[in-house]
Design a protein around this ligand. Structure first.
Ligand SMILES: [Zn+2]
Length: 241
């Protein structure tokens, strides 16, 4: 199995280096953490990755998933590709990804799922490594919300995740949002029981790692797959899997 190197950037932002490719997902925070430069500070410094084959994915246009600074990177990175959800203004040379569609890019297959919030989620078969980035595709069950709204949400999420039934996914980036209170694990739990996920990486928890780590460690339903969820990371923190 190919080794992959994952760095947490912020919110749903990650850098992932695997094989000959370097992926960036949902980049938004361009301010380095703790005065550290580049990846160690949770930011992309294009000079640091200038020689790599770079793929930049944007799941939707919300400010905490998208920063136009990504388009400046192409001045320094010769091999850079943009894969943008279709709610982002189109851009010359970028692949515009529409939910429900599939694309071939540089020997990869990219299936685009429809988010239950805005935009898209991505299933990427990079040949040797299958990667899922959920964007804001999640089971957003809010306490106090209209029960019909919550029921529609449940149905929409389950329908979309059904597309991943028994799909072998090496690395899945999934929202686990503490603002959902006791419902924060609904989305990841359903994914883990539907797809065949080797490793899940929580995201979308802002700085509230503790609540996420606690929930994963103690909720009884995580028992069967707990060991396959990575603890929430700090900005700039990297793991090799
Ligand atoms: Zn979001």
């Amino acid at each position: 199995m190919q080794k992959s190197h994952i760095t947490y950037l912020d919110n749903s932002g990650f850098a992932l280096e695997t094989g000959e490719r370097f992926f960036v997902f949902d980049y938004y925070n361009n301010h380095p953490a703790g005065g550290r430069l580049g990846l160690a500070g949770g930011v992309i410094d294009p000079a640091e990755i200038a020689g790599k084959n770079v793929f930049v994915f944007v799941s939707h246009a919300h400010y905490d998933h998208y920063n136009k600074v990504i388009f400046q990177w192409e001045r320094q990175i010769k091999n850079i590709h943009y894969i943008l959800s279709d709610d982002i203004p189109p851009r010359h040379g970028a692949l515009i990804a529409t939910p429900g569609q599939s694309y071939e890019l540089d020997g990869m297959r990219i299936d685009v799922l429809r988010s239950t919030d805005e935009g898209a989620a991505f299933l990427i078969d990079a040949g040797g490594q299958v990667i899922y980035h959920a964007g804001d595709l999640n089971w957003w069950h809010w306490e106090g919300e209209d029960p019909r709204w919550n029921a529609d949400m449940a149905a929409a999420y389950q329908k979309e995740i059904h597309r991943l039934k028994d799909v072998a996914i090496d690395i899945a980036f999934v929202p686990v949002d503490p603002r959902l209170g006791d419902n924060l694990l609904l989305g990841v739990d359903h994914l883990m029981r539907t797809a065949d996920v080797r490793l899940a990486v929580p995201m979308h928890y802002s700085a509230n790692q503790k609540a996420v780590a606690n929930a994963i460690a103690t909720a009884p339903q995580t028992g069967p797959y707990r060991s396959r969820i990575v603890p929430p990371l700090r900005r700039g923190q990297s793991i090799t899997v």
